[in-house]
Design a protein around this ligand. Structure first.
Ligand code: PXP
Length: 239
């Protein structure tokens, strides 16, 4: 049965839009925990456009569930992670101009810097996940650098460009999940998941955690964070 990691970045986006102190992502995390969140995820971006360093520290100090820190594999971010010591780090590609993470890591092409970051984080007792497209070569490369987990990028499944693409993407995600599991890695997934498209991902083999942010925060505007998390989690655990 899959679990739900709630990404609360966009609570901070709303706060940063005004440069004030509210809404507080820590309060959102507490409401998400009340709704059954199995973990809380934040992306500390290099440009600090939403989540701030202080948010990460306060979440680490107050959460009941595990904190999953998404970050680029830079020296600055590795140092922060080793200081804060979240349960999990998910390494993601980051481009300044992007609206959101646009694709998986190029683990094959960036083998050396990624392996170095994975080793430093692992030595610090942090479980490291690599955000990858469902591509066999990327998954092999993640296993070769002894990443504990992969998070499969579901973006192309969620925003299909052509008829038939959903079936093809689901097949690729299934194959990637089987491959990563056979190589001894934990299998997570995320990006673009919503109430209306989450179930086929929740029932993929070996699926551990689904990390979902934008659609939950958007739904929370109407029903509140606790209820939005409860709704999403009910779909995932009954799938
Ligand atoms: N997983 C990763 C690695 C991400 O970068 C993001 C977006 O920050 C998510 C999951 C969540 O995506 P969404 O906000 O579309 O649910």
């Amino acid at each position: 049965m899959a679990t739900l990691g709630v990404n609360i970045d966009h609570v901070a986006t709303l706060r940063q839009a005004r440069g004030v102190a509210y809404p507080d992502p820590v309060e959102a995390a507490q409401a998400a925990q009340a709704g059954g969140a199995d973990g809380i995820t934040v992306h500390l971006r290099e440009d600090r456009r939403h989540i701030q360093d202080d948010d990460v520290a306060r979440l680490r100090a107050t959460l009941r569930v595990g904190l999953n820190l998404e970050m680029a594999a830079t020296d600055e971010m590795v140092a922060i992670a080793l200081r804060v010591r979240p349960a999990d780090v998910c390494l993601v590609p980051e481009r300044r101009a992007e609206i959101t993470t646009e694709g998986g890591l190029d683990v094959v092409g960036q083998r050396r810097p990624l392996a170095d970051a994975v080793a430093r984080l692992r030595d610090g007792g942090i479980r490291v996940s690599l955000f990858v497209d469902p591509d066999p070569a990327q998954i092999d490369a993640a296993a070769a650098m002894r990443a504990a987990a992969v998070e499969l990028h579901t973006g192309r499944y969620c925003e299909p460009r052509a008829a038939g693409a959903i079936t093809a993407e689901l097949g690729a995600l299934r194959g990637a999940a089987e491959q990563a599991h056979a190589l001894g890695m934990i299998v997570n997934a995320g990006h673009g998941l919503r109430l209306d498209n989450v179930r086929p991902i929740a029932v993929l083999p070996h699926m551990e955690a689904l990390n979902i942010g934008h659609s939950i925060v958007a739904r929370a505007v109407f029903v509140g964070m606790t209820e939005a998390v409860r709704e999403m989690r009910a779909l995932i655990v009954t799938s």
